[in-house]
Design a protein around this ligand. Structure first.
Ligand SMILES: [Zn+2]
Length: 197
């Protein structure tokens, strides 16, 4: 079943843990509607912006599955309102920054991201259709504590510069995707020094 142009229901419900433990992970009609809204308003715009195919690592979680993986009992994953994902060849910091600047969402969390490793971590983002509305709450979680905002200081400035260059200089984009970690770190250093002048 298709939830939106590029995303299918099975991508948003599959779980190795559920399979291994024999747990049911079938959303209700209401939860499927929530997943559709999440795809339409968050995942599709990201897919179109970066033109890279990706499949979420975690979408809907039944209460039993959520308990099994130690998720918060209030997790929006249990309502079909939240998804975890990464876009191949793009740092999670860049993607999170773009979502923050361009999309409506309830909560955006950059999880387990380490500034020195563009491949680290993942993005958690939620979208709600409830009357209380989408809060545009932006957080970063290092596995221990939550902090407001995604990036900080020079690293953030460097990635903003990189994002701008991706639009203007296709050659640079290619080099970044070829050897992402290495080149991105060099850009971080170069642009951090440019930025501070
Ligand atoms: Zn999540």
């Amino acid at each position: 079943m298709r939830l939106s142009t590029h995303f299918r229901l099975h991508e948003m419900t599959r779980s190795q843990t559920a399979t291994r433990m024999g747990l049911s992970n079938i959303p209700s009609d209401k939860e499927v509607d929530n997943l559709k809204a999440l795809c339409k308003n968050v995942l599709e715009p990201v897919r179109v912006r970066y033109r890279v195919a990706f499949s979420p690592s975690s979408g809907y979680r039944s209460p039993a599955l959520n308990d099994a993986i130690g998720g918060s009992s209030k997790s929006q994953h249990t309502k079909g309102e939240a998804v975890d994902f990464e876009v191949p060849h793009v740092s999670n910091l860049q993607v999170a920054r773009w979502i923050e600047s361009n999309l409506l969402f309830d909560q955006l969390i950059l999880e387990h991201y380490v500034d020195t490793d563009p491949n680290s971590g993942w993005i958690h983002v939620s979208y709600t259709g409830t009357l209380s509305g989408n809060r545009r709450d932006v957080l970063r979680f290092d596995g221990v504590e939550y902090r407001h905002g995604i990036g900080d200081g020079e690293t953030e400035a460097a990635f903003q510069a990189l994002e701008t260059m991706n639009f203007k200089m296709p050659g640079v984009t290619k080099r970044v995707t070829d050897r992402k970690g290495f080149v991105l770190r060099n850009f971080t250093r170069d642009f951090a020094s440019l930025w501070s002048k």
